[in-house]
Design a protein around this ligand. Sequence first.
Ligand SMILES: Nc1ncnc2c1ncn2[C@@H]1O[C@H](COP(=O)(O)OP(=O)(O)O)[C@@H](O)[C@H]1O
Ligand SMILES: [Mg+2]
Length: 319
Amino acid sequence: MLRVEDLHLTVGGDLEAVRQVSLTVGRGESLGLVGESGSGKTLTCRAVLGVLPPGVAVSRGRIALGDTDLTALDRRGWDRVRGNRIAAVFQDPASYLNPSLTVGRQLAEQLRLKRGLPRGETRAAAVALLEAMGIRRAPAVFDQYPHELSGGMLQRTLIAIAVAGRPDLLVADEATTALDPAVQAEVLDLLRQLREERGLALLLVSHDLAVVAEVCDRVAVFYAGEIVEHGPTDEVIANPRHPYTEALLRVASLGDWRRRDLEVIPGRPPELGAFSTGCRFAERCAHFTERCGTPVPLSTVDGRTVRCHRAAELALVGA
Ligand SMILES: Nc1ncnc2c1ncn2[C@@H]1O[C@H](COP(=O)(O)OP(=O)(O)O)[C@@H](O)[C@H]1O
Ligand SMILES: [Mg+2]
């Protein structure tokens, strides 16, 4: 369904913020993108959605959705794809809603635009969709304004608006990050359910490996603009092959939400434009050797794609 091949993104013409990213998401499949802040997850999503910020451009590679080459689309082409075949939800749902209109009216409008429902039918369809998103008392919620709803309810409403056009792919970028742990778990449940029941393909972004582990079949670990490890989530977690994945596992709230953010990986990722030609994780890596200063090709180890010279020889600790 979604195929990203050798994607490179530049900032300001020459700084490479994302390098050599390849990934696929099939129908009903979910892929998680995980990594520290600034690792290129959001820019990758924005490239997929055709909404790169000013100054950021695709310098190499191809993004395709089914038979459609997204990198070749013009504005009108994107209008047909966005909201219809690809939709998205982000961290701050309130900022994507009009504060002066009821949430029901905004959802009804989306149903009219994207599904061509006549005005007389949009209210019932919107209430049904809110209910399908797990919103109780949906008829009452329909008439409420965004400020009257909790963060979890707002995110459910935004997901309803996103799926109103029956997209094939939903991009969720840190969509549950701002929510309380219990509400976060409920919204993740909803995403999983949409995938199972509607065959929705999911591209889910989180800095927290535990969130990805809840929902995603496969995970791509980002570090400093590159994918350093990519494979089945269970296997990556049980048996990481890249030292950065191992480090992320130690700070993830896996199995216990309360541990979140208590630990950090020592050091900081390199600044954009200051990337080494060798391994970008080298200076923070506990397994550093001479070789790590030289360019690291992607290799396949244990059914995983890994960008580490020592991927095959290191004994790393999983969760
Ligand atoms: N609008 C922008 N203009 C310039 N640089 C940007 C912009 N957005 C992101 N970047 C840079 O690109 C890199 C990747 O950012 P991003 O994709 O937002 O990371 P993540 O989502 O993983 O936190 C960072 O170094 C960031 O500073
Ligand atoms: Mg981001």
